[in-house]
Write a protein that binds this ligand. Structure first.
Ligand SMILES: *Cc1c(COP(=O)(O)O)cnc(C)c1O
Length: 420
């Protein structure tokens, strides 16, 4: 692509963009003069689709008018409400419907999945994560190790970038597995690393883990709605992701869970259960032995929060309309343009940590600014450029193809240039 660093060129890219109309389907925060913020934090909290209010209002109205009858009589009956999300959610992550359910929150789902997939023995008990794993994932696996009676200092193996490097190398994971594979029970890896934006080869990780009889889990918090992870085809055992980042479902909204079809009918898999794990046709007989639903749905414990699911449905309906293929196509162009503009600044203080190969990243670029401190981030925020700061010197920016424009990234880099 022959990019140019001019406002006219950015505007022309927006005119040619078949997805540009979707920006208008979102609430973009504005300053007091009515100018839209330059919002690059969809990797942290996605913006609100304008339709979300209507979707939630529908459920409030049905609750007001129908009370408990809403479980069956609501326009979107609450009893099977989670099923309305499953097909789109499965498509987004490249899974079969039996492999996916929407429930709980991300870290909760990771724990429930580890009940099944982290079954340590005296010989094989260690867990591998990335050294720059999201803190919640690290705390979760450390607490699982402790819960099972192992010392996290001994049981936790960090897959670490080499000295002087920021990105992970697959050969190094291979090395860890060659050396310690017999002691490793599970890998839990961020499919797209939250810090560097590196999109790892999930299929390769699954193969490496499988070759050493390790269970493999992928955290897709920064992947779902951003990249196309092909979970089923990759062969990973399990995965989980939140929906409030790229899936725009609102703060603290429910999460996704995936268990591979190969485990769907395994009755020996240990798991925790509740009444929502039980066969849907006999659930309300209430006096039966537990009859667990095969696949991901069997991981549900409780009847779910419909208001949160309504917000997810509002967003997923948009994803369904646009499709991940079109989104990825725009995303590569948009992030490519962003990368071009940053490099065109010609500043020797700036280094992009994220891989430059579009196949090894989603939309996020992590930009390291030498000799910068958080005051740079604060100045950006004052200028209504919303990014995410990570100590000591990295700005994480995610141009989101559903609502960010080429003009957004142009304006953002102009402001960054003046601040530097
Ligand atoms: C955002 C994020 C979380 C947050 O977990 P919650 O349980 O939803 O609060 C966990 N892990 C990763 C990798 C994340 O990016």
């Amino acid at each position: 692509m022959n990019y140019q660093a001019t406002p006219e060129f950015a505007q022309e890219l927006d005119r040619q963009d078949p997805l540009s109309k979707y920006r208008n389907q979102f609430h973009i925060p504005k300053d007091q003069e009515g100018n839209s913020w330059l919002y690059f934090c969809g990797n942290s909290l996605g913006l609100q689709p304008k339709k979300t209010q209507e979707y939630i209002q529908q459920e409030l109205t049905d609750w007001a008018n129908l009370g408990v009858e809403g479980h069956f009589e609501a326009k979107n009956p609450w009893m099977p409400y989670h099923e309305f999300l499953t097909e789109t959610m499965a498509k987004l992550v490249g899974a079969k419907p039996i492999e996916v359910v929407t429930m709980n929150t991300l870290t909760t789902n990771l724990h429930l999945l580890m009940v099944s997939f982290y079954q340590p023995t005296d010989k094989k008990y260690k867990i591998v994560i990335e050294s720059d794993a999201f803190p919640s994932d690290k705390y979760a696996v450390e607490s699982q190790l402790s819960f099972h009676g192992y010392d996290p200092k001994d049981g936790l193996i960090l897959w670490t970038p080499r000295e002087g490097e920021e990105l992970l190398r697959m050969e190094d994971l291979e090395g860890i597995l060659e050396e310690q594979g017999d002691e490793i029970a599970m890998l839990l890896i961020g499919g797209v690393n939250y810090y560097t934006g590196q999109y790892l080869d999930i299929k390769k990780i699954a193969e490496l883990g499988d070759a050493k009889n390790c269970m493999v889990g992928i955290d897709l918090a920064h992947g779902a709605g951003n990249i196309k992870p092909n979970l089923h085809e990759s062969g990973v055992d399990f995965a989980a992701w939140c929906t409030y980042k790229y899936l725009n479902s609102g703060p603290g909204s429910l999460a996704g869970l995936f268990i591979h079809e190969k485990h769907a009918h395994n009755k020996n898999l240990k798991k925790f259960s509740g009444w929502w794990s039980h066969n849907k046709t006999t659930r309300f007989n209430m006096r039966q032995e537990l009859d667990v639903i095969p696949g991901a749905e069997g991981y549900q414990l409780s009847n779910p929060p419909i208001l949160s699911m309504a917000a997810i449905k509002a967003s997923l309906d948009l994803f369904d309309e646009v499709g991940m293929d079109a989104l990825r196509e725009k995303s590569e162009k948009l992030t490519g343009y962003f990368e071009y503009l940053i490099n065109a600044m010609g500043s020797d203080r700036i280094k992009i940590i994220t891989p430059s190969n579009p196949k090894e990243r989603g939309c996020q670029l992590s930009v390291q600014v030498l000799n910068a401190d958080k005051s740079l981030h604060n100045k950006l925020t004052e200028a209504h450029v919303i990014t995410d700061w990570r100590e000591p010197d990295v700005i994480r920016c995610a141009p989101v193809p559903l609502y960010n424009s080429f003009e957004d990234v142009f304006k953002m880099t102009e402001i960054l240039k003046t601040l530097l």
